[in-house]
Design a protein around this ligand. Structure first.
Ligand code: SF4
Length: 478
């Protein structure tokens, strides 16, 4: 007899993972298993433009979808299009897509945004900026952000095997779009990496390095292994986290013999020295967790690294319900032995308002997912507050829910406040809810105080923020 859920808000059932059949898509009717499981084939057949999408989807999608996509690419997109077949194949996974089901698909909504997805009332928040977390201002070497006392973020490269529409690092990562001309690193790659290592050797107070980008899967393996090996030589570095969405978007990369053997060498050295290496991936929807993703995660765990963890991004229309979040967490944990770790609120970059949710809604979602997962695998929902860093959504100090302004404090100084900013820990820092989610009085306040034509203001702020980043970049390299 089937056991009932006894009226629980969420009804848990174990679901074995399923790899969606790629031959349901006209352009991949003849693709073999060997081709599909080859990282080279996947990289060579990424979808980078509307024409390539058409050649995969054939006439499954109406012209209006392609026109919508084309318009978004030229008028709104902050990231260029780049979809490995593995990832495209997880959209509408159980059947041949139709225009309607493709439009409604959660993975499509953030990996392949179209113009009609975006809001027309408030497409950008008036306080939106490029580099919304001010990471460049906290660079201590080019690409090395020192924001927290004991932790640094090392951006090794500005590319990924896939580009996400909501990317926080849209200022630097990926190819330029008609809306966003990307910043470029000024130093040569090896010189940049050497400068990062020099800083870490000279700063014994740092124990934790997030090795990121971009996505480390785009770094040639020997170069990544050399960098991590150099980190393992630094006595104070005790935690190393490799950031790669490709574990989900291109699991074939992590299943390659060269990568597995190299990771095994790193894990052996790390274990011998008592250092913890983990992989951090970025999965936002349960349907993205397929048997191939599980194989890649398990292959990495088998090398002897400590853990594979997930840091998702909470987005409207993608995963902003209790059901979607718990389905994703259980698919990760039960199906792929990936530990759910964080969900970040979507950052305040230009044209992201249709994805963002309010702090209040995030608090309610955090409440609703507690108690179903083991404590060690219950993700915290965090707000990355500009000039502060990650704060658990229930840590807010004050909250003006009418204007959607939350006020946060921090308990450490970031790199830019070390020199005599006595007020840094007493001051509050602001984060802003999406305006369309506010009551009428709040929306009216922003119409009055948002600076007139809010789209023009948002674009101006984005341009100002870019100019600041460019000046900083120049200062850092002269
Ligand atoms: S994988 Fe990460 S860095 Fe790359 S585009 Fe997506 S969010 Fe940005």
């Amino acid at each position: 007899m089937t056991q009932t859920s006894q009226g629980q808000p969420y009804d848990y059932r174990f679901h074995p993972l399923v790899e969606p059949g790629w031959t349901r898509l006209p352009g991949w009717r003849d693709v073999t298993v060997a081709e599909w499981e080859s990282a080279q084939w996947q990289r060579a057949h990424c979808v980078k433009n509307v024409r390539q999408l058409q050649s995969v989807m054939g006439d499954l999608l109406d012209e209006r979808f392609y026109a919508d996509l084309e318009r978004d690419q030229s008028e709104r997109a902050t990231m260029s299009m780049l979809l490995p077949p593995q990832m495209l194949n997880t959209m509408v996974p159980g059947e041949a897509p139709t225009t309607e089901t493709f439009y409604a698909d959660p993975v499509r909504r953030y990996m392949l945004p179209v113009f009609s997805d975006r809001r027309t009332d408030w497409p950008s928040h008036p306080r939106a900026t490029r580099d919304s977390l001010h990471e460049h201002e906290m660079w201590v070497a080019e690409g090395l952000t020192h924001r927290y006392p004991t932790k640094v973020l090392a951006e090794l490269l500005p590319t990924c095997p896939q580009y996400c529409g909501h990317c926080t690092r849209m200022d630097l990562v990926g190819n330029s779009t008609p809306q966003v001309e990307k910043l470029k690193f000024a130093l040569k790659p090896q010189g940049r990496l050497d400068a990062m290592l020099d800083y870490l050797r000279a700063h014994p107070g740092v124990r934790d390095v997030v090795v990121s980008g971009g996505d480390v899967a785009n770094l040639p393996w020997p170069r990544l292994e050399a960098f991590v090996s150099a980190l393992l030589e630094i006595e104070n570095i005790r935690d190393i986290r490799l950031a790669t969405k490709a574990l989900m978007g291109l699991p074939q990369h992590w299943l390659q013999d060269e990568v597995r053997a190299g990771m095994e060498r790193l894990a052996q050295t790390a274990n011998a020295r008592g250092v913890m290496i983990a992989i951090h991936t970025h999965v936002n929807a349960a349907q993205s967790v397929t048997p191939l993703v599980a194989r890649a995660a398990k292959a990495m765990l088998t090398t002897g690294i400590r853990d594979v963890r997930n840091q998702g991004v909470l987005m409207r229309g993608v995963n902003d319900s209790t059901q979607q979040l718990l389905d994703l967490c259980f698919a990760l944990l039960d199906g792929a032995t990936i530990t759910p770790y964080y969900f970040y609120m979507c950052d305040m970059i230009p044209f992201s308002e249709h994805w963002r949710i309010s702090v209040k809604r995030a608090q309610s979602l955090q409440h609703s997912i507690l108690g179903y997962l083991p404590g060690f695998a219950t993700p915290r929902i965090v707000c990355d507050v500009p000039y502060v860093g990650k704060r658990w959504v229930h840590q807010v100090e004050q909250y003006d829910e009418v204007r959607g302004i939350s006020y946060w404090k921090k308990n450490y100084r970031t790199g830019i406040e070390l020199a005599g900013d006595d007020d840094a820990l007493a001051r509050t820092y602001e984060y802003y809810d999406p305006i369309d989610a506010l009551p009428a009085a709040g929306q009216a306040w922003w119409r009055e105080h948002g600076g007139g034509d809010h789209l023009a203001v948002a674009e101006q702020r984005a341009a100002d923020s870019r100019a600041t980043s460019e000046r900083q970049l120049l200062l850092d390299t002269t």
